[in-house]
Design a protein around this ligand. Structure first.
Ligand SMILES: C[S@@+](CC[C@H](N)C(=O)[O-])C[C@H]1O[C@@H](n2cnc3c(N)ncnc32)[C@H](O)[C@@H]1O
Length: 447
């Protein structure tokens, strides 16, 4: 049995080695080592997979060390106050503070920022001070604020800003703040129906029995913000992992990839750019297909010119996607729906498959708090004294699981849970591809 001091020293050792490892990854990629107050965006390796491996340990060990040594009341108060952090982020992103001060690396006085954003100077001062204290913006001299790498993610041109804005605005208003109310409302509490989520509860007066997607359809501005936010999620969840580390290049010339519930096709567009051997088919609801066409026409017109991309509307509950595709790529769809709906989607995909087709489900894969390993989740077990799942190093997976519950009565799943649904729809597990933040589960036809 390790003594408490041994455990703490074990965590410190992990922090040291993981931080060194992370710095090595920046060096190897020829990137500058990050500084917290740089006035420009952080340079990142073009492939962050190895960096994320080090950060998973670092995040887990730092937080475990702090929580162990800090009086629990303080830690709990910090956690309870976290909603204020989100509220401050909403102020910053909605009033475009990062854009307003973008041209002044030496900083801008809060008085001027308040004038330009039409906010009360004293109130804005408190918001920016709180954010700068946790390294989002830099307070250069008293009341003078400049951008730093974290605040630069809040610029409108950065898709992370759309994600933060949605999260802090609609998600918060309709869903997060109503979570408990929906959990205890007799009509909602014991239902896993997609029309009985916290979000559905929040919009019940405007759209009775509506889902988050019904709301988005009724509010096109929110829907386009949502698609931009998906771009932010793509950055976070390791788009380069699936683009670089799945063997796309080994697929024969003209191989077909159907992106089911594609959105505008954040991953597909990268695949099209990098792998001329692939032919992409994007399928989503009619209004989204139109947005996808516009997106591709603007970002990568070559694909349409070379006839390497098609767009076709699809209601994945009611019909099958394009038949006989080599790969059906399904990212962040399954986590949107309760099990029965996922079965409908996968059955429709299964009906379109030829014997050699593969299905790639790309999602967060929930590891276990108590046991973890390649067999459980496709990922390595964390070094001790971390929890087997890396603890805080996996926190986004668990919070994202709750996020999906709140939004759509759905959620992320363990590998076992995915496999149970897949087996019911005639799919057989092949393997997990761990891309760190998320993973891909590969399935084939179960004959
Ligand atoms: C979370 S987004 C994921 C988008 C994309 N796969 C990505 O990873 O960026 C879910 C997508 O499912 C689409 N969707 C929702 N209901 C659908 C349906 N019945 N048929 C087809 N697509 C649907 C939405 O329009 C949205 O684009």
């Amino acid at each position: 049995m390790s003594s408490p001091k041994d455990v703490l020293r074990g965590l410190v050792a992990l922090i040291n080695s993981a931080a060194e490892d992370a710095m090595r990854q920046y060096d190897r990629a020829g990137c500058e080592i990050p500084t917290i107050d740089a006035p420009n965006e952080q340079q990142l390796p073009s492939d962050t997979t190895e960096l994320k491996k080090a950060l998973r340990v670092l995040e887990g060990a730092c937080r475990q060390l702090c929580i162990t040594l800090t009086p629990p009341a303080l830690t709990m108060w910090t956690r309870a106050l976290a909603t204020n952090d989100v509220a401050c982020l909403r102020v910053a992103v909605s009033s475009k503070v990062a854009d307003v001060i973008a041209q002044q690396p030496e900083g801008m006085h809060v008085k001027e920022i308040a004038e330009k954003t039409n906010l009360h100077q004293r109130k804005l001062q408190k918001v920016l001070r709180a954010l700068a204290a946790t390294h989002c913006f830099r307070e250069v001299t008293p009341d003078v604020f400049a951008n730093n790498p974290l605040s630069l993610t809040l610029r409108q041109e950065n898709t992370i800003s759309a994600l933060v804005r949605m999260r802090a605005t609609e998600f918060n208003k309709f869903a997060v703040s109503n979570f408990y109310d929906a959990l205890v409302d007799p009509e909602y509490s014991h239902s896993l129906d997609k029309r009985r989520s916290a979000w559905s509860w929040g919009i019940r007066n405007e759209i009775p029995n509506g889902t988050m997607f019904d709301y988005m359809e009724a509010h096109p501005e929110s829907y386009s913000q949502f698609h931009r936010a998906m771009g932010g999620i793509a950055k976070i969840t390791g788009l380069e992992g699936v683009v670089n580390h799945f063997p796309w290049k080994d697929l024969p010339q003209g191989s077909t990839v159907c992106d089911v519930g594609s959105g505008v096709g954040m991953v597909s567009i990268e695949l099209a750019k990098k792998y001329p051997n692939l032919h992409l088919m994007l399928q989503d609801l009619p209004s989204v297909v139109i947005q996808a066409q516009q997106f591709w026409a603007e970002k990568y017109p070559t694909a349409a010119e070379e006839q390497r991309v098609n767009f076709r509307p699809l209601d994945f509950f009611a019909e099958s996607p394009a038949k006989d595709q080599d790969v059906y790529y399904i990212r962040q769809i399954i986590h949107d729906w309760p099990d029965e709906d996922c079965e409908k989607i996968l059955k429709n995909v299964r009906a379109a498959m030829k014997p050699s087709s593969r299905v790639l489900i790309h999602e967060y894969i929930i590891p276990s708090n108590t046991s973890c390993g390649a067999r459980d989740s496709g990922r390595e077990t964390a070094p001790k004294p971390l929890l087997p799942n890396y603890g805080y190093g996996s926190t986004r997976t668990y919070l994202q699981d709750v996020n999906m519950l709140i939004l759509l009565n759905a959620g992320e799943r363990t590998l076992e849970e995915f496999n149970i649904i897949a087996a019911k729809t005639g799919l057989r597990f092949v393997k997990v591809w761990d891309f760190l933040e998320t993973g891909v589960i590969e399935y084939e036809v179960d004959v």
